[in-house]
Design a protein. Structure first.
Length: 453
């Protein structure tokens, strides 16, 4: 047993031992032979052992055992931690117990942004110079993103950094129109293009399209290639840059997670500038998102936003099973066939590894366990929930004050309904502005919002 456990318990143990030692003359007298010279009477020799003696001996023995096994100390430590947690959760105010403020974090003030550009020059020389001008760049970089809104957002962020690495002029990225979501939105329908270009002007030169004269001068169409995932900057310099210099215009396809995670500090800061500052939603999306935030706060000062990824595509991709029988296995299996490269997964193994998204019921139980009562207001950000209202019912019962963008916006949402990415952008704004944000799956939106918040 560790010394820490021994000493944590030593206070209680030694006090018990002291009590035993203090009365040792009594304890020993229960077991010692009669004094020499004294003739015990028959009644004394048959006198039963006192229960006090037995208890004292057992406590003494238990203390000795604990020194070797640590079980007693471990239990005391466990109970003491429970008591500390209980005392931390409640503030004693006279005879009343007041719940702590679960809407705030005492650690939040220690977090701060770190996306500002470093100085142009340091003691070691040039550090992070200004963007190269278009006519002096190494060529034009075209980017075709992939996936849903937040996966594409990650691709756009990395595209800016890659353009910086290659000293290339970045053409405003092309969004994915062919994935599961079938959203026809262009970059300018979701993000403020003018803001995107101007905000990053010191870092990367960005244009809306390749100049006509450049396209006319090209003997061949733009070269297209797909870069391996998580490629290091050296890969781009050694494998991509020579092609860019030779062809002048280069397109990188299915651009998601194609750049390594661990980069130079200034490149990491550039990532943050793109993701958390340059990618601003268009005014119609921002306006409606803020209206929904206002309407939630009008009903209640504080609210939780839950990003509930329980759409059919999410469940199919996860490879998990949720008890829907053959119907569920068939439906999700058919969706899963759309991704030819997905490996066969064991639902039981995925659940054992903690890889299965929580059900609406499970996330409701989690929030209640954290201390949020059934009068808490909930904003649920989601797409089409697999199983519909039947799946959502347990969460609604746990939190009757249950709202979605459809419930809050009404007719104002109509122009956005055909476009899943624009709807996701509205949810993003409300989740960003909420007092508490929770998710049932650690996906792209959850990761981006964690950094943003």
């Amino acid at each position: 047993m560790g010394l820490a456990k021994v000493w944590k318990y030593s206070g209680g143990l030694l006090s018990n031992l002291a009590a035993v030692v203090h009365h040792q003359h009594f304890v020993f007298s229960c077991f010692q032979s009669p004094s020499y010279g004294a003739s015990p009477s028959p009644s004394q020799s048959r006198r039963p052992i006192s229960w006090t003696c037995i208890c004292g001996f057992m406590l003494f023995a238990l203390g000795l055992i604990s020194l070797f096994t640590g079980h007693v100390a471990s239990n005391v430590e466990w109970y003491s931690q429970r008591i500390v947690k209980r005392n931390w959760f409640y503030k004693m105010d006279g005879s009343h117990r007041a719940s702590i403020d679960i809407w705030k974090s005492r650690y939040s003030s220690f977090y701060y942004g770190c996306s500002e550009r470093g100085p142009h020059f340091t003691e070691r020389g040039p550090h992070f110079s200004s963007a190269v001008r278009e006519r002096f760049s190494n060529g034009y970089l075209l980017i075709a993103t992939s996936g849903g809104l937040n996966q594409q957002r990650t691709g756009i962020t990395d595209a800016v950094v890659v353009a910086r690495i290659l000293n290339a002029t970045l053409v405003v990225p092309e969004l994915d129109h062919h994935s599961f979501w079938k959203d026809e939105s262009d970059f300018s329908n979701i993000f403020d293009v003018g803001w995107f270009i101007s905000y990053l002007a010191k870092d990367v030169t960005i244009v809306k399209r390749v100049p006509e004269k450049v396209m006319m001068s090209m003997e061949k169409p733009p070269y297209t290639m797909r870069v391996p995932r998580k490629s290091e900057p050296e890969y781009y310099l050694e494998q991509v840059l020579p092609i860019l210099l030779r062809r002048r215009v280069l397109q990188l396809t299915k651009f998601d997670y194609r750049l390594a995670s661990d980069l130079d500090e200034e490149l990491q800061k550039l990532r943050c500038r793109v993701n958390y500052h340059a990618l601003r939603f268009t005014k119609p999306i921002r306006n409606l998102g803020q209206k929904l935030v206002f309407r939630m706060r009008k009903m209640e000062k504080h609210f939780i936003a839950v990003h509930l990824r329980f759409e059919p595509d999410m469940l199919a991709f996860s490879g998990c099973y949720y008890g829907g029988g053959d119907k569920e296995r068939y439906e999700l299996g058919e969706i899963r066939k759309r991704w030819a490269t997905l490996p066969e997964l064991s639902p039981d193994e995925e659940r054992a590894r903690g890889k299965c998204p929580l059900t609406p019921h499970e996330i409701g139980l989690m929030l209640r366990a954290l201390g949020f009562n059934n009068d808490t207001y909930l904003y649920v950000a989601s797409g089409e929930i697999y199983g519909g209202e039947k799946t959502l019912q347990p969460l609604r019962e746990l939190f009757p004050n249950f709202y979605t963008k459809e419930m809050l916006a009404g007719e104002e949402l109509q122009p956005f309904l055909p476009y899943s990415s624009r709807l996701a952008a509205i949810d993003y704004i409300v989740c960003d502005e909420s007092d508490v944000f929770a998710t049932n799956n650690n996906g792209n939106m959850a990761k981006i919002l964690a950094g943003r918040r």
